[in-house]
Write a protein that binds this ligand. Structure first.
Ligand SMILES: Cc1ncc(C[n+]2csc(CCOP(=O)(O)OP(=O)(O)O)c2C)c(N)n1
Length: 430
């Protein structure tokens, strides 16, 4: 074999596959000092109706408002009233209190499954505040903050989590996969990314009917690897659909890090460039920046200036779900070293710096919210918890999907009644 050639005689270089590897594994010392975290207030704010390309420098930047001095800085400061700031703080703290109690409820066997959004509360609560109440929300499974910001009753959420007899979804959905028609909160799907084309479709329908309601959807950065992401953005750009794509980059997709969805090459916000739509990259742990970016995108969509992709740069502080143990795949130091802090603490300190809040008020609020969650749990438990038999009759599994039960399901339901002796709540033919 000639020197520099392989067995076929070719001197072409050997191809090598790149397999992304996270920087830190369990036990590693974490150093995030090379992350580019720009100074708050320094990011330019284009007009809401500016050409999409005016936003492209922001796809590689990070919109930030709250500084280490706990004050708001720069053109993205949304200048919210202290009342609104306190309301957002309260709702984020309520989400956290709810998450903590529900996590414990799962450990106590009251439900089979729960998912927290610790550290990501601003990306749902503050973004929802920037929308109109009748705008349609197409969530993923970590957006309990959207429902709480729209005032959904905690007892209803817990009934769903417990799959009990008062669960409006009759136990057919995985716990936490809520929906509320009244609050314009679309059904959560366990199949990742389906909400994206649905949101674009809603926005297109809204525009074609001459309505004023826009759509906002949320998706994890890992799920942007799904084909639905591409379809949704293509339709959105082609038809200039009034839709906001919130990509929650919390760095992890269960045990896969963001590199497996392409983060080593470009930011997620930069994907907007390829579709020719507006793109913003925002500090997802900065409640004011999240509100400002979402409001910018909502005003843009509502004035027919087109869709926006917002990357919320944040960190999933806890496990993916109650079925996950993050200590098996990532360094425990990541959470402590995360350079963007905690959204609840940041807003709290801002309000204290404004003279509009105090440590004592915050402690009293936390106690009050925890008591509120516990009271809602008691109420929901009257309707049953997992395994206590207070659920919807099994026969209901065949209802509500088809107006007329197809023959094969009719056969299955009759077989189920015969063999399993399940109780049929009412005659399906009636
Ligand atoms: C189509 C599809 N593929 C895979 C899964 C399994 N799965 C559930 S959650 C998840 C990780 C998603 O991560 P990401 O989109 O980053 O959201 P995060 O959980 O971080 O909020 C995976 C792979 C699924 N539910 N649906």
């Amino acid at each position: 074999m000639a020197k520099g050639t392989d067995e076929t005689g070719s001197n072409r270089p050997k191809l090598a596959l790149h397999v992304p590897e996270p920087r830190y594994r369990p036990g590693d010392t974490v150093d995030f000092s090379d992350l580019n975290i720009p100074e708050p207030g320094k990011q330019p704010r284009p007009d809401e109706t500016a050409p999409a390309k005016d936003t492209y420098p922001l796809c590689d930047d990070l919109i930030r408002v709250l500084g280490d001095d706990h004050q708001a800085h720069g053109p993205w400061d949304p200048r919210l009233s202290p009342e609104t700031l306190r309301q957002m703080l309260r709702e984020m703290a309520l989400v956290r209190a709810f998450d903590n109690r529900m996590y414990r409820a799962q450990r106590q066997g009251k439900t089979s499954f729960y998912m927290k959004c610790t550290g990501e509360e601003a990306t749902s609560v503050c973004a929802t505040h920037a929308l109109a109440g009748d705008d349609m929300i197409f969530p993923s499974y970590r957006q309990q903050g959207c429902l709480i910001a729209r005032g959904y009753e905690l007892t209803e959420m817990i009934n769903q989590i417990y799959s009990n007899k008062a669960d409006k979804l009759k136990g057919r959905q995985l716990p936490i996969m809520y929906c509320s028609k009244r609050l314009n909160f679309f059904s959560i799907s366990g199949n990742l990314a389906t909400q994206l084309p649905q949101a674009t479709g809603f926005a297109m329908a809204s525009a074609s009917k001459g309505d004023s309601r826009i759509a906002a959807t949320w998706v994890g950065e890992g799920s942007t690897a799904e084909g639905d992401f591409h379809s949704a953005l293509t339709f959105a750009t082609v038809y200039n659909a009034p839709v906001i794509f919130n990509v929650i980059n919390n760095q992890w997709a269960i045990s896969s890090f963001s590199g497996f969805a392409g983060a080593e090459r470009a930011t997620f916000a930069a994907r907007a460039i390829g579709y020719g739509i507006a793109g913003l990259r925002v500090d997802g742990n900065d409640p004011l920046a999240v509100y400002a970016a979402e409001r910018w995108a909502a005003d843009r969509a509502r004035s027919n200036a087109g869709p926006t992709l917002i990357e919320h740069f944040t960190y999933r502080a806890e496990g993916h779900s109650t079925s996950d143990d993050p200590s098996a795949y990532r360094s425990a130091e990541e959470r402590e070293e995360w350079p963007l802090g905690d959204p609840v603490t940041r807003l709290k300190r801002h309000l204290v710096a404004l003279g509009e809040w105090s440590k004592e008020q915050h402690e009293a609020m936390d106690d009050e919210l925890d008591a509120m969650v516990r009271a809602a749990m008691k109420e929901a438990e009257k309707n049953g918890i997992l395994g206590h038999g207070l659920h919807h009759p099994f026969g209901t599994m065949f209802e509500d999907v088809f107006e007329e039960l197809p023959w094969h399901l009719k056969e299955q339901s009759e077989q189920a009644i015969r063999e399993r002796q399940i109780k049929w709540p009412e005659d399906p033919a009636e």
